[in-house]
Structure formats: structure tokens, C-alpha cells
Design a protein around this ligand. Structure first.
Ligand code: ADP
Ligand code: AMP
Length: 208
């Protein structure tokens, strides 16, 4: 059966960075709800117009909307090994995912919890920069962009929105830790380490 993995953790924990590594090395399909929404915003679609309001304020979009997007994506990818990054983010989304996977004949193999302090998240998010042409993610201190690449800062990586996103994570998303512990699916990695060390922990947990 095809693998389905969830990356759980606060914004800025390094989920996207690690998902890209696993994509390159093992061909996982990286599904990031944040990336899907940002693309919709930049294209100015109906979804993008709705999403922008929530994202700029660091709030979560309504569950129904996000679940619909994920359902569509998963249906398109019956034969892929998948990493879900940034979804689920509420208990409602997690329950919907369980049902959806069952309907599609898949099962959730593992949930990787990126364990990291708020202080470190703030350092990572405030220094995060993106190459708008390729979507590649850099950090002004930890992974500086090449001189010839013009990077931008995400609107929601500004200090006030970072604080809001962290509080949303603690109130709405962190209950998923208990949810997946109860399903015996939760594996914790120390996300404060270097990208290489975090990668080693994840590949070891996933027995890759
Ligand atoms: P997430 O997808 O969880 O929001 P990202 O993968 O975008 O997080 O990482 C957030 C920021 O931290 C980026 O600027 C990235 O370059 C940087 N980063 C990612 N992993 C590490 C790490 N292990 N150590 C230091 N910086 C990291
Ligand atoms: P991310 O790139 O994962 O940090 O997500 C950026 C923003 O997109 C979040 O702050 C939310 O506004 C929105 N978003 C992404 N994923 C979800 C989700 N699963 N549920 C609700 N909103 C989401």
C-alpha cells in the first residue's frame, strides 16, 4: 500500500524543508495546503480571494474548504507516496482525513511531530525568505540565498502575524498531538537540530 505521512508541528518548524528532501530522495509527493493556498492567492482565483483574508491575519481557513481541497488532491494521486504538510490542523480536519483515507483505500502510516520551541520558531520565521520564481525557501542566517536570487518575505512572516499563528497552533492544532498519540501513530523528532540531523531522525523513524 502507498505511504501516507503527516508532518505536524508549528509554522516554521522545518516541515516544508524536510518534505522537499524526502521528495528528492524518495519521490514522495509533497502536499502543502499553505503552498496550494498561496498559489491560489497569486493567481487571484475565487479560493485565493477567500484565503488571503484568513492568511494575512494568521487565521485558519474553515475546515470544510480545506478538506475539500485535500480530497480533490488525494483523489488525483492514487498511486503516490504522500507527505501532508500543514494538514490536518484541527481535530475536525483529522477526523475528516481518517474517513477520507478509508474511503480511498489508504491508511495513515505515521505522524511526525516537529518538536521545537516558540522562540526558535520566531527566529526561523522572521528570517525566512522565498524565491518567488522557484518557491525555494531560504533563511537569511541559516541558509542564505545566493546573491543573484531576489528573495521576498511572506506577508504572514511579519512579527505580529507570527505571534497570531503560533497562538492558533497552540490552541487549535496542538490537540492533534493527543489525537495521534491515542492512535499510536505519533513519532516525535527534535526539530531544533540541523536540517541534516532532523532528516536522519525522520528517515530512521520511517525506516527508509
Ligand atoms: P515550515 O514548512 O514548517 O513552515 P520551513 O521548512 O519553511 O518551515 O522552515 C522555516 C525556516 O527555517 C526557513 O527559512 C528554513 O530555511 C529554516 N529552516 C528549516 N529547517 C531548519 C533547521 N533544521 N535549522 C535551521 N533553519 C531551518
Ligand atoms: P503554512 O504555509 O502551512 O504556514 O500555511 C499558511 C496559512 O495558510 C495558514 O496560516 C492558514 O491561514 C492557511 N492554512 C494552511 N493550511 C491550512 C489548514 N490545514 N487549515 C486551515 N488553514 C490553513
Amino acid at each position: 500500500m502507498k505511504k501516507t505521512i503527516v508532518f505536524l508541528g508549528p509554522p516554521g518548524a522545518g516541515k516544508g524543508t524536510q518534505a522537499e528532501k524526502l521528495k528528492k530522495a524518495y519521490g514522495f509527493v509533497h502536499i502543502s495546503t499553505g503552498d496550494i493556498l498561496r498559489e491560489a492567492v497569486s493567481k487571484g482565483t475565487q479560493l485565493g480571494k477567500i484565503a488571503k483574508k484568513y492568511m494575512d491575519e494568521g487565521k485558519l481557513l474553515p475546515d470544510d474548504l480545506i478538506i475539500g481541497i485535500i480530497e480533490e488532491k488525494l483523489k488525483e494521486l492514487p498511486d503516490a507516496n504522500i507527505i501532508l504538510d500543514g494538514f490536518p490542523r484541527t481535530v475536525g480536519q483529522a477526523e475528516a482525513l481518517d474517513k477520507l483515507l478509508e474511503k480511498l483505500g489508504r491508511k495513515l502510516d505515521a505522524v511526525i511531530l516537529f518538536d521545537i520551541s516558540d522562540q526558535e520558531v520566531i527566529r526561523r520565521l522572521s528570517g525566512r525568505r522565498i524565491d518567488p520564481k522557484t518557491g525555494k525557501v531560504y533563511h537569511i542566517e541559516f541558509n542564505p540565498p545566493p546573491k543573484d536570487v531576489d528573495v521576498i518575505q511572506r506577508e504572514d512572516d511579519k512579527e505580529e502575524v507570527i505571534k497570531k499563528r503560533l497562538s492558533v497552533y497552540h490552541s487549535q492544532t496542538s490537540p492533534l498531538i493527543e489525537y495521534y498519540k491515542n492512535q499510536n501513530k505519533l513519532f516525535v523528532v527534535d526539530a531544533s537540530k540541523s536540517p541534516e540531523d532532523v532528516y536522519k531522525e525522520i528517515t530512521s523513524v520511517l525506516k527508509l
